[in-house]
Write a protein that binds this ligand. Structure first.
Ligand code: TXA
Ligand code: MG
Length: 356
């Protein structure tokens, strides 16, 4: 067992089954109303007791997050949703059976017992059952539902390593559980099952195509797939209206056929470089060869959009660490995990999109 302390925050490294026992202390911290960051299969979460309004308040403060942005409640077992929700639609039963544990968050009508500080003042509550073994052991140790937004400072890219969480939150939380690099790399899909047919409010780890196998008529909140910034009144998931995922560098996304993208990126790169700006290209395995000696990072492969989802947030943070001022990012096809990747990338770019 490996424990260190950084700025007063305990960092607990969990790498094997035996280490899971040490999570008892993390559970105790949650029961005492403290905050614990934990790994999930999507991104790291910033956990606090979901039934304690003061813990919810601490989460908003630690993240610097607007308090009208509701938190996702994490449970270790499907039966734990009963005390939290007023009704479980039949379609939700089928979705839970198929996708839990896993990266699918469902929106239910909330019981009055769920603090409105946790739900951002809404009468609905978002719940998910993660599949990461460390998350499940931590939730079991907490013995209560844990509210957990992504464990980044508000506005920054979501954390996919404990190092990202340490950068953003050391000194602001009691403990960070280090479970290594997360698997999916983008957040869970948020699906509203209080409407008929159910609607995707945030594309994520469970794809639209997968959801359609269970709910053929599922719809998508149009603001999540548009290429212009959403008008605030139209966004259904409150969190989707805020500036998010943004590194310090300016990001420009290029959308269109890969050969045209390559051409435009090369030209723009050379213009920026001539102005003396530090510029970098976020490319894919298939296209990286087109950029010659230019500063290029391969985020993943177009043939495996999951690889791009997995590295996206880490790469956005790395450009900042390397002092890059302008990132020219290749867009990918909006299918499968590409839907979530493009939603995050467009936001990271503040919707600075070049269509080629
Ligand atoms: O993968 C994930 O979902 C990660 C891990 C830690 O579980 N969590 C996460 O939480 O991404 P957060 O708070 O960063 O994003 C939650 C999103 C926000 O866009 C929020 O507005 C939306 O879900 N949301 C939460 N409760 C909602 C509700 N009752 N109605 C509509 N949207 C809701
Ligand atoms: Mg977030």
């Amino acid at each position: 067992m490996d424990i260190e302390e950084i700025k007063g925050t305990k960092v607990l490294k969990v790498r094997n089954k035996e280490d899971l026992e040490a999570l008892e202390e993390a559970g105790e911290l949650i029961r005492r109303g403290e905050l614990v960051a934990f790994p999930t299969e999507t991104v790291y979460g910033l956990g606090g007791n979901a039934l304690d309004p003061e813990a919810a308040g601490k989460i908003y403060a630690a993240k610097g997050r607007p308090s009208d942005n509701p938190l996702i409640v994490h449970v270790a077992h499907p039966a734990e949703i009963e005390p939290l929700v007023r009704a479980v639609p039949e379609v939700a039963e089928r979705l839970m059976a198929r996708f839990w544990p896993g990266p699918l968050t469902l929106i239910f009508p909330a019981r009055p017992e769920v603090p409105r500080r946790t739900t951002g003042g809404l009468d609905t509550v978002a719940i998910r059952l993660p599949s990461h073994p460390v998350a499940l052991a931590f939730l079991a140790a907490a013995r209560r539902p844990v509210a957990g937004p992504s464990a980044n400072l508000s506005g920054r890219p979501s954390p996919t390593t404990a190092g990202h969480v340490i950068t953003d939150l050391a000194g602001r939380v009691a403990m960070i559980i280090d479970g290594g690099h997360t698997g999916v790399g983008v957040e869970s899909t948020v699906l509203d099952v209080t409407v008929d047919p159910p609607q995707i409010l945030r594309p994520g780890g469970v794809t639209l195509e997968e959801l359609r196998e269970v709910v053929p008529d599922v719809t998508v909140d149009p603001t999540t797939v548009e290429d212009t910034p959403p008008a605030i009144g139209r966004v259904r998931a409150p969190g989707m209206k805020y500036k998010h995922y943004a590194p310090e560098a300016d990001v420009i996304v290029f959308e269109g056929p890969p050969e045209r993208i390559e051409e435009r990126i090369r030209a723009l790169y050379d213009e920026y470089a001539a102005q003396g700006r530090k510029v970098a290209i976020m490319a894919t395995a298939e296209t990286a060869g087109a950029y010659g000696e230019r500063r290029t990072a391969v985020v993943g492969a177009r043939s495996d959009l999951g690889s791009i989802a997995n590295n996206l947030f880490d790469f956005l943070r790395r450009f900042d660490a390397a002092g890059v001022e302008v990132v020219l990012a290749e867009g990918v096809e909006m299918v499968g995990l590409g839907l979530a990747v493009m939603n995050r990338l467009r936001k990271a770019a503040g919707y600075h999109i070049v269509k080629v």
